[in-house]
Design a protein around this ligand. Structure first.
Ligand SMILES: C[S@@+](CC[C@H](N)C(=O)[O-])C[C@H]1O[C@@H](n2cnc3c(N)ncnc32)[C@H](O)[C@@H]1O
Length: 307
């Protein structure tokens, strides 16, 4: 299906983002509980969205390239295990750079279709694939067609959303009976750097500042670990979960991801006095230290079927 063509029942959202500034809570509360789509509550909430890792920044292409190189192999393994194949109707939520949406579009072929959504779909829109539909859509507030998809996938999206409970329920409602949900989210808490394991493992001040900033914006840094239990609570069947983690060294793609993310968030961290410019520069230099070691966040992939 060509970009811009419509899927029945799908309501397009109109969204933009800015750094969470404390005004968002009221508008988020106002928008809870309904499939509101292009409502005033949705538009208001979106202006004050807590999502901080803006796709419009100069760091975004690097971040998406590294996320793809690090995590796509495992993601694709899980998607294949669900049986994604020709003719399937798939939804990719928060598709970001579009690597998973592209893979899905190729996999389902001309008789299948993929809907890829994002609050900022600029990279998805550049894909221009005949069976891929791209929509600007806020999974926290905007409606989805119910019972429509053979597969719904998201990676590193729900953990960012204060409305993650509603969003997960919406993604599950969008599944056909028998359809698969695959959600992949970080646990950034369970494996912190530990210098007693290896001397190169140091908890950087910038990492602490970033965690604080993300939590201010409503990020649940432990969300991935709880996924399996959440899918069970939703009554999904054939549930499973697997975790992946890396040891990131200087010069690695992981270190490039850390650098790009730190730089993207630098001004917000400095403005809030969570880090000084000098501490920030020291930590950035530390990423190039040959001794540098950082356990990555743990990426939990969890899957289940709608009965
Ligand atoms: C960390 S990136 C991950 C991108 C991609 N899923 C991946 O793993 O490579 C999170 C993506 O979710 C999008 N996003 C954030 N909040 C969203 C929301 N409320 N609804 C839909 N997408 C959202 C962002 O714009 C961004 O593209």
């Amino acid at each position: 299906m060509a970009k811009g063509a419509s899927l029945g029942g799908f309501t397009q959202g109109h969204t933009a983002r800015c750094v969470h500034d404390g005004i968002g809570a009221a508008s988020r509360n106002a928008s809870r509980g309904g499939l509101v789509g292009n409502s005033e509550a949705s538009r208001t909430r979106s202006r004050y969205s807590g999502y901080l890792l803006d796709n419009g920044t100069k760091e975004a292409p690097t971040r998406f390239a590294v996320l793809s190189s690090l995590f796509d192999p495992g993601t694709i393994r899980h998607l294949k295990a669900c049986g994604v194949s020709r003719g399937w109707n798939c939804l990719e939520v928060g598709g970001g750079g579009g690597s998973v949406a592209s893979w899905l579009a190729d996999r389902v072929g001309p008789t299948g279709r993929v809907l890829a959504t994002d609050i900022d779909p600029r990279f998805l829109e550049a894909l221009d694939l005949p069976n891929l539909e791209v929509r600007r859509h806020d999974i926290a507030t905007d409606a989805l067609p119910e019972g429509a998809f053979d597969l719904v996938h998201a990676r590193l999206v729900l953990m960012h959303l204060p409305e993650r409970k509603t969003a997960l329920a919406r993604m599950i409602s969008a599944l056909k009976p028998g359809g698969w949900l695959v959600d992949e989210e970080y646990d950034s808490c369970s494996m912190p750097p530990d210098g007693t394991v290896s001397p190169g493992e140091v908890l950087l001040q910038t990492q602490v500042a970033m965690s604080r900033l993300l939590e201010d914006g409503g990020v649940d840094r432990l969300y991935g670990r709880g996924l399996c239990g959440r899918l069970r609570a939703h009554g999904l069947v054939s549930i499973g979960a697997e975790a992946r983690a890396f040891m990131w060294q200087s010069g690695s793609p992981g270190a490039a991801l850390v650098r790009a993310t730190y730089e993207l968030l630098r001004d917000a961290m400095v403005d809030r006095n969570y880090i000084t410019p000098q501490q920030f520069e020291e930590d950035i230099a530390r990423l190039d230290d040959p001794d540098f070691l950082m356990p990555s966040p743990i990426l939990w992939s969890a899957w289940g079927r709608r009965p």
